[in-house]
Design a protein around this ligand. Structure first.
Ligand SMILES: [Zn+2]
Length: 257
């Protein structure tokens, strides 16, 4: 039985620890200290580190963790990350028999150009997608184009309905506020907002979220819906020819929201 535990870091990051109560894998450790504390307190053996992209809030703790325990470090092949020992891209696979954990890799450029996600199939679908798909939102486009980001989100949206989305930031309530502006009559979104507010009042993470839920509430996965198109066109002050144009307007709007 696998457990997936969020170790909070910085202001709003989650460092995901995947473990079976004996062995553990850590995703995007931007800070080593809370990870070492969690692993030590729970008597977990670190077996590997997974990195989704090069930003320091995802990689800053890797060197210290590797000095503490020498483990393989998986990360994107097309980004320069000094601590990565096992570079990966779309066809890559990871097998960690001690958990056991088998993951495949998806290329999801946009936030950064080499950004990858780690996907686990049956019996429970889950994806560790870094700063690409957030609950009710998506990451900023720092290196790629809006088209790349849109296509990466579409790739994630093709995963099975029950796929749990493990992203790296607690941005949900801010994202919901933006989504309510874009999609004000969406009842699923209003229900979700109530649930998310309750969770945050109890200081409970809103992550993971399920893909089926995201398809119903996340405006960045709904660029073909008439309500979203209408809001984006009104904001842009012109007709928008396709979902990528709608996505581009939404992403730029959110940057200044
Ligand atoms: Zn990032």
């Amino acid at each position: 039985m696998l457990h997936i535990h969020p170790v909070p870091a910085f202001r709003d990051n989650y460092i995901w620890v995947i473990h079976n109560q004996s062995n553990a894998v850590v995703v995007d450790p931007g800070d080593a200290t809370p990870v070492i504390e969690f692993l030590t307190h729970n008597q977990l053996q670190l077996k590997a580190i997974l990195i989704t992209h090069h930003h320091s809030d995802h990689t800053g703790g890797v060197a210290q963790l590797c000095r503490w325990r020498e483990v393989p470090v998986y990360g994107p092949a097309t980004e320069t990350i000094a601590t990565v020992t096992h570079p990966l891209c779309e066809t890559g696979q990871i097998n960690i028999p001690e958990l056991p954990l088998y993951l495949t890799v998806l290329d999801i450029p946009g936030h950064t150009l080499g950004h990858i996600a780690y996907y686990r199939r049956e019996p429970f679908n889950m994806v560790f997608c870094g700063d690409t798909l957030f609950s009710c939102g998506c990451g900023r486009i720092f290196e790629g184009t809006p088209q790349q980001m849109y296509q990466s989100l579409q790739k994630l949206a093709q995963l099975p309905d029950d796929t749990l989305i493990y992203c790296t930031h607690e941005y949900t309530l801010g994202n919901v506020a933006f989504a309510r502006t874009i999609d004000p009559d969406n009842n699923d979104l209003m229900d979700f907002e109530r649930k998310a507010q309750q969770l945050r009042q109890q200081n409970t993470p809103t992550i993971p979220t399920a893909l089926k839920q995201e398809r119903a509430i996340n405006p960045f996965l709904r660029c073909e819906q008439s309500a979203i198109i209408a809001s984006a066109q009104q904001h842009a002050g012109k007709p928008l020819p396709d979902p990528i144009a709608v996505f581009t307007v939404l992403r730029e709007w959110k940057n200044r929201f």
